[in-house]
Ligand binder design. Structure first.
Ligand code: NOJ
Length: 447
């Protein structure tokens, strides 16, 4: 093995999201979100599970921060629940909700951990969904008001903000595939939701700049490293299409390149126009300070006209993880190299990368999640290589601190470096936690 040293000042952290860990869904005047509604409908989430309690982090945040500190985390990415601070999505502020995030931020800072706040990690207030949700242009405006409230209340202590987490996922699974709330399957709803989500991002950046807040702001996108299944020109062009639909549609507008023509054409042919008004694209393209990259795997792409998009995933060749995608250690470095080149070397934070490994405690109570450890090692070696090749990566957040509510999979998929015993709420660090903590102490990895 060789020791790969990361640059001085590189930050190591972990990430979570409100609905996945907080619980306390009906406490202290929290409003309901579309995830509360969805999870409470029979048949939507595996085993009928919900985020009602989740990791009970709302009550256990102090212990959780203590845990982060014991692992040596330098930064922590969490999301604020819009419905906890604005129960109806806009209007009356729930001071108890704001106070929770304020206490959490203080606790982190007291432990020397830099907070990074995601403003939207999928839990849209139900009250706004009732008005059309992301299909309604006003939602972007309500998001800007909510963002302003958070900057106002936490901006004296929080200097890293992420507008949206993975618009690809909440827009497309929620409006095109239907496996997430609001559970629609409509091209029209999807086209509208894409544009209004991007507009919301732009308005939140604009409000941040206008308010003169300190610190930095960016967006986090969902990514896959798309690779041609073979060297044929057909596979190469299918891969470019996959990049249009999976990557460029959410990055292009942020970097002033608009939506890919292929994507606009696909929706237009299905009678679904993007509701773009004058000035929108300039608004979305306001300069950001960093690009948030979430990446878990790769996809080998081959041509396919069947679905109308012109491409499909080819048969996997690597071992599969419980999520159904490949254990692809090189995908992180490969994607970072690609995205860095494509968008002229932005400053990058890996806002999520991690491994689903469902290892349970052994007879002695320890959890030997060696698949996670080895895959993390591979991901980080790849990342190190991409940085050597010039990508400007400054931080890495592992998903996730602890096992939590994995959306439509409920609690059946474990991503934590810390085991959550959901019956007792005990937190048990896994072997990967020791691995990560050692890597932080040495600012580097044996690979
Ligand atoms: C991306 C999402 O942002 C997060 O909420 C999810 O749990 C992880 N990926 C793992 O699937």
């Amino acid at each position: 093995m060789t020791f790969l040293q990361f640059p001085e000042g590189f930050q190591w952290g972990a990430a979570t999201a409100s609905y996945q860990i907080e619980g306390a869904f009906d406490e202290d005047d929290r409003g309901l979100s579309i995830w509360d509604t969805f999870a409470h409908q029979p048949g939507r989430v595996q085993n009928g599970e919900t985020g009602d309690v989740a990791c009970d982090h709302y009550h256990r945040y102090k212990d959780d921060v203590e845990l982060m500190a014991s692992l040596g985390l330098q930064t922590y990415r969490f999301s604020s629940s819009w419905a906890r601070v604005l129960p109806f999505g806009s209007g009356a502020v729930n001071e108890k909700g704001v106070a929770f995030y304020s206490r959490l931020v203080d606790e982190l800072l007291e432990h020397g951990i830099q907070p990074a706040v995601t403003l939207f990690h999928w839990d849209l207030p139900q009250a706004l969904q009732d008005l059309g949700g992301w299909m309604n242009r006003d939602t972007a405006e309500r998001f800007a008001e909510y963002a302003a409230l958070m900057y106002e209340r936490l901006g004296d202590r929080v200097t890293r903000w992420i507008t949206l987490n993975e618009p690809l996922v909440f827009v497309e699974f929620g409006h095109r595939a239907g496996g997430m709330p609001p559970g629609l399957r409509s091209h029209d709803a999807t086209a509208k939701a894409i544009h209004h989500a991007m507009l919301a991002h732009g308005r939140a950046v604009q409000v941040f700049r206008q308010g003169g807040y300190q610190g930095e702001i960016g967006i986090t996108n969902a990514n896959t490293s798309y690779e041609p299944a073979d060297d044929s020109p057909e596979a190469l062009s299918a891969t470019e299409l996959a990049r249009d639909f999976g990557t460029r549609v959410y990055h292009g507008p942020v970097y002033g390149r608009g939506y890919p023509a292929s994507v606009l054409k696909y929706y237009a042919e299905r009678g679904a126009g993007f509701p773009i008004q004058a000035g929108d694209m300039e608004l979305i393209a306001q300069p950001t300070d960093f690009l948030g990259v979430n990446l878990y795997s790769r996809a080998r792409i081959e041509p396919d006209d069947g679905r109308g998009v012109g491409y499909r995933n080819a048969r996997p060749t690597l071992p599969l993880l419980p999520m159904g995608y490949e254990a692809a250690p090189d995908s992180l470095g490969d994607f970072v190299r690609w995205v860095s080149k494509e968008y002229d070397r932005p400053k990058i934070y890996i806002t999520e990368n991690g491994v689903c490994d469902n290892t349970e405690p052994g007879p002695d109570g320890t959890i030997d999640d060696h698949v996670r450890v080895e895959l993390l090692r591979g991901f980080l070696a790849g990342l190190h290589g991409a940085m050597q090749d010039g990508a400007d990566v400054r931080a890495y957040y592992q998903w996730s601190l602890m096992d939590n509510f994995e959306w439509a999979f409920g609690y059946s998929k474990r991503f934590g470096m810390v085991y959550t015993d959901f019956a007792t709420q005990a937190r048990i660090p896994k072997r990967s936690a020791a691995f990560f903590s050692d890597l932080i102490a040495r600012n580097g990895v044996d690979a």
